[in-house]
Design a binder for this molecule. Structure first.
Ligand SMILES: [Zn+2]
Length: 267
């Protein structure tokens, strides 16, 4: 008994990194609730063939993620800005602007693989765990290790969503999502350099249309730093699939649809 308390104290004072209070099942439940809330406030692209294509690519990547098997889903927000995000336990969103900015299929796969990696590495669950510990303090901490932990996590997650704050990951989590995402891409058959290519595309787009990359820059590390990290993480020699006729026809189709909305301007 006293030994257990001692372990908890040690973990708590060493920045709580190793404590995981949210089970995979709870994480999936929290993700479903968060997804329902997100749907209410996000304009979703209705084009069924583009949706089917993105889901197909996403599921191929999700199938190569290591660790727990999550029920991945891939939704397209009809926004012009480049952005993507993952909710706990499987739901991934990508903006139409990111699909249109990507020059090749492997660039799109790079965006999706990064988000799949956030889910597979349980970054949101870990963040929620840390918040529970921080919010509750040491006195209630041992009680949280029991059945109340899940209820508490759901409660905190709900407040999170109600407050309109999307999960912003730490620099370490972002770096890991790039490294793990590149590995997932390669194992699913794509050229992991696609992730670097996408970041180069984002840098070019910043020069032409700065407002379209503002959100992306506010919730991800600088592309220059990510490119440096990825250049070390992926094999120098390119291999794997880079593009497809299907991706190019999806892009052509998107260009013909009514323009996407803006995340920042009221329309
Ligand atoms: Zn990220």
């Amino acid at each position: 008994m006293s030994g257990r308390v001692g372990v908890m104290l040690t973990l708590c004072t060493s920045s709580m990194v190793a404590i995981q209070l949210v089970s995979v099942a709870d994480e999936i439940t929290i993700g479903r609730q968060t997804q329902a809330e997100t749907r209410k406030t996000t304009p979703e692209l209705s084009d069924s063939s583009v949706r089917a294509y993105v889901t197909k690519i996403g599921n191929q990547l999700g199938g190569q993620a290591r660790g727990e098997k999550y029920p991945y889903s891939f939704s397209i927000a009809d926004y012009r800005e480049i952005n993507a995000f993952a909710l706990p336990g499987g739901p991934v969103w990508v903006n139409r602007g990111a699909i249109q900015a990507a020059g090749t299929e492997s660039q799109l796969a790079g965006i999706l693989a990064h988000e799949v990696a956030h889910v597979a590495q349980r970054h949101a669950a870990q963040q929620l765990s840390n918040m529970i510990v921080t919010n509750m303090g040491m006195t209630l901490f041992s009680a949280l290790l029991g059945n109340t932990g899940a209820a508490m996590a759901a409660n905190i997650a709900a407040r999170y969503v109600a407050g309109g704050t999307f999960l912003k990951f730490s620099r370490d989590d972002e770096d890991e999502a790039d490294r793990v995402g590149a590995d997932i891409m390669a194992r699913a058959g794509w050229d992991p350099h696609g992730m670097i290519d996408l970041l180069e595309t984002v840098r070019e787009q910043e020069k032409r249309d700065p407002s379209s990359v503002e959100v992306f820059f506010s919730n991800h590390p600088a592309p220059k730093d990510r490119i440096a990290l990825l250049a070390q993480a992926v094999p120098a020699k390119r291999s794997g699939k880079r593009d497809s006729a299907e991706f190019q026809s999806v892009r052509a189709r998107l260009r013909k649809l009514p323009p996407a909305r803006s995340m920042t301007k009221k329309q």
